[in-house]
Ligand binder design. Structure first.
Ligand SMILES: C[S@@+](CC[C@H](N)C(=O)[O-])C[C@H]1O[C@@H](n2cnc3c(N)ncnc32)[C@H](O)[C@@H]1O
Length: 286
């Protein structure tokens, strides 16, 4: 590994050598599935130099070694946060929630009312606004969902955002993004917390999407939006295939506005709207 990186005495910043950038890019690809092209070097350099200054680590070699060392999980997730964004909001890309309300949920609620099992997954859920938005639509259509076998799972690779999601407390300006029709009256509390009836529909966990999924059962709908955008095409295609394999027949996959379906999963996941796919197959590719 290179020792060319050093503190630039003029500006108190680290300069990132090409070899160091390659080492970080390799680490991020192997561990998080991220594709860092060389045009990201200035961004990575400035974000990492701030981090190294904060940690008072003198060079990148030491930093890279700390990532692999026992107990390095915390810094690995810090690195991931530096390289990606957790930007999200309630009812982001609202057309997906219209499809959820009009097409996806009604038959699933019928299935649950007849004793069936319904599972919805927000994969790469960041601070939780996405799975809570799903829960609010569900509550609107089915206020008795708590008595049925309908569950929503939110997962993210970053334990920090998962904890924020579990805490379910949001600034007032973020809560104001929730359309009036989905707000739960009389239960919002003074602390800006998601109402209990919404919170209790969702459970959370830490999960890296480039590793094999640990689930035994299948999902009826998966939201994975604005996550695969960080992956290279082969990694994206593996993740799409793993989602296809995790969906029930006629299950839905929602992806982000700048993401595209491709690879073997594209033969099974048929377009059903803008960045919306329906699983036409009972078989699996992954
Ligand atoms: C921009 S946010 C998207 C949040 C939400 N899905 C939305 O569209 O508003 C991207 C999230 O993907 C997560 N992420 C990045 N790589 C991941 C991986 N390999 N496995 C799981 N989550 C990942 C990040 O931690 C971040 O919280």
């Amino acid at each position: 590994m290179s020792i060319a990186s050093s503190i630039d005495p003029g500006v108190g910043q680290f300069s990132l050598s090409d070899q160091d950038f390659d080492a970080i890019a390799k680490f991020a690809h192997k561990n998080f599935g991220l594709a860092l092209s060389s045009n990201k070097k200035p961004l990575v350099s400035s974000r990492l130099s701030r981090r190294l200054n904060k940690l008072k680590v003198q060079n990148f070699n030491k930093y890279l070694a700390s990532l692999d060392a026992p107990g390095g999980e915390g810094e690995r997730s810090e690195l991931l946060s530096l390289l990606t964004t957790n930007v999200t909001q309630f009812f982001r890309e609202s057309h997906h929630f219209d499809t959820l309300r009009n097409d996806v949920l009604p038959p699933l609620i019928e299935k649950a009312r007849s004793g069936g099992r319904v599972r919805l997954w927000s994969a790469g859920c960041s601070n939780g606004q996405e799975p809570y938005s799903i829960a609010m639509v569900l509550h609107k259509l089915c206020p008795e969902a708590g008595r049925l076998d309908i569950k929503i799972l939110g997962t993210d690779i970053d334990p920090v955002v998962v904890r924020t999601a579990q805490a379910a407390q949001y600034p007032a300006d973020e809560l104001a993004q929730i359309p009036a029709e989905y707000r739960v009256k009389g239960d919002s509390g003074a602390d800006n917390k998601m109402p209990e009836v919404i919170r209790s529909r969702v459970s959370f966990g830490v999960l890296n999407l480039i590793e094999p999924f640990p689930f035994r059962g299948k999902f009826d709908a998966i939201f994975c939006r604005n996550v695969a955008i960080y992956f290279d095409t082969p990694t994206q295609q593996k993740v799409w295939a793993a989602f296809q394999a995790s969906l029930n027949p006629n299950g839905y996959l929602f992806i982000g506005h700048s993401e595209r379906m491709s690879g073997p999963a594209a033969t099974q996941l048929k377009t059903a709207g803008i960045t919306t796919y329906i699983n036409s197959s009972a078989g699996t590719l992954a």
